[in-house]
Design a protein around this ligand. Sequence first.
Ligand code: FES
Length: 158
Amino acid sequence: MSLNQNHQQELVELALVLVTDLCSAGGSLDSALLALSDRFQHVPPTVVSRIAELFVVERPMVYQRIEAMGLVLVPPGRHKIYICRAANCCQKGSGELLEFVLQYFGMALFETAADYGVRLEPFYCLGQCASGPNIMIDGQLHSRVTLKQLEKLLMTLN
Ligand code: FES
């Protein structure tokens, strides 16, 4: 089990305790969702079924309240990294860059790192094909990125 998976499991357990305590104390569904969002910056999707059971509502109602309250099901991450996975950048090594980031943070694509520091997503052409492989970190394009340069960039993220 990876560090990120361990963290996710701990997060789910904490979330379940929090929601159960709030429900036992007579809190409302909305207050429980807000508490989860305040504590974890998202409502973990894996606890939605339990929330529905505790508050005696259907799961779609929980999702409806999450959307209506402007909450999210995925932690946003403080930094967003996009790695171009279109043909030109792939030929120039963007796959290696992607694997490096996944291993560096111990996470999978579309996941947010355990400390919510980084979210990684593939991207299909950043419009700078001739200067690939290209990545974008927090809106800033980096071209002709090598593994060494990528490591330096990742070390600056906090
Ligand atoms: S293929 Fe990567 S920027 Fe176009």
